[in-house]
Design a protein around this ligand. Structure first.
Ligand code: AMP
Length: 290
């Protein structure tokens, strides 16, 4: 595995080895990231991509709307490199901020896809976040120039935003989404989980429990009621706890045919001083054909 610390070194690797399968990350890697890297590595093998699995590690300042969140974001490069190595990664691109954002020449922010602004979701609570995400993902896609990029479904809205941006910008990269990796008790793995106090770690389980219990509800409205009830039982007041059409993230239209659309239940909530997000597929119970 090679570790490239600036874009000149990366571009030399890219010229020598060719295109690969790309996993962009902000580091503080855990088993969720490892699953993405293993997936990228086996895709590269299957598809004969000579560059192998390529991981970027860069804590992108432009996507943090809270400077305190940015400064306390965990930076654990040595452990990250060990995890990359063990997960079948061929190259790590870990650039500095000055390399990605050369003073006086900020990279372009592409037009924000509509799905980034869907009312009531991330944009309502983290204004500017997706502009920063689109900026860094576009910059990395241009530098890394991969055949395929693997993202986690954990950040469901981000996955839809990246797909839309790739389409609008007519990029050649194929975007793949991978299911969320969870702790044994259901908590979605996140680099921020380490900041939970032991009590909040237990309360946080209400998030995945809410998503599971909502599966039994017969309509999107009732599913949202279940999400709020289960969170409320753990004294969690969510930023949002909703059921939306899975790719546009629009609210269900009045009289929508729930059986002919795909749905996603999505939650964002502060637990103690940690903001957590999670989501899951929601589908209405099959009509009884008995
Ligand atoms: P991050 O480093 O948090 O920006 O995440 C980098 C990539 O890892 C993104 O595509 C995330 O969606 C993905 N990811 C984060 N947590 C998980 C998880 N628990 N399971 C699967 N993918 C994840």
């Amino acid at each position: 595995m090679q570790v490239l610390h600036d874009s000149a070194a990366w571009l030399a690797y890219r010229r020598e080895h060719g295109e690969g399968a790309f996993v962009p990350t902000m580091g503080a890697l855990h088993a969720g990231h490892a699953a993405l890297i293993r997936d990228a590595s086996s895709r590269a093998l299957r598809q004969g991509l000579p560059g192998g699995a390529v991981v970027s590690i860069f804590v992108n300042p432009t996507q943090f709307n809270d400077p305190k969140d940015y400064s306390r974001y965990p930076r654990t490069l040595e452990a990250d490199l060990a995890l990359c190595q063990a997960s079948g990664c061929s190259a790590v691109f870990a650039p500095s901020e000055a390399d990605i954002y050369p003073p006086g020449r900020p990279p372009r922010v592409p037009p924000l896809p509509a799905v980034a602004r869907t009312p009531g979701l991330e944009d309502a609570h983290r204004p500017g976040h997706f502009a920063g995400v689109c900026q860094i993902v576009l910059r990395l896609f241009e530098l890394v120039d991969p055949a395929v990029a693997v993202f986690g479904e954990k950040d469901w809205q981000q996955l839809q935003v990246v797909r839309s941006m790739v389409e609008a910008e007519r990029l050649r990269v194929r975007v793949e989404g991978l299911a969320t990796i969870r702790e044994a008790d259901g908590l979605a793995m996140s680099s921020r989980n380490r900041f939970l106090t032991p009590e909040d770690r237990v309360r946080a389980l209400a998030i995945s429990r809410a998503l599971r219990e909502a599966r039994q509800a017969p309509t999107p409205d009732e599913a949202e009621g279940v999400l709020r009830r289960v969170l409320g039982e753990a004294s969690i007041v969510p930023e949002y706890a909703v059921v939306r059409e899975a790719s546009s993230l629009q609210r269900p239209a009045a009289g929508a045919k729930v059986h002919t659309q795909r749905w996603r239940a999505l939650i964002a909530a502060g637990v103690g001083n940690v903001r957590l997000i999670d989501n899951d597929a929601w589908e209405p119970p099959r009509p009884n054909t008995g």
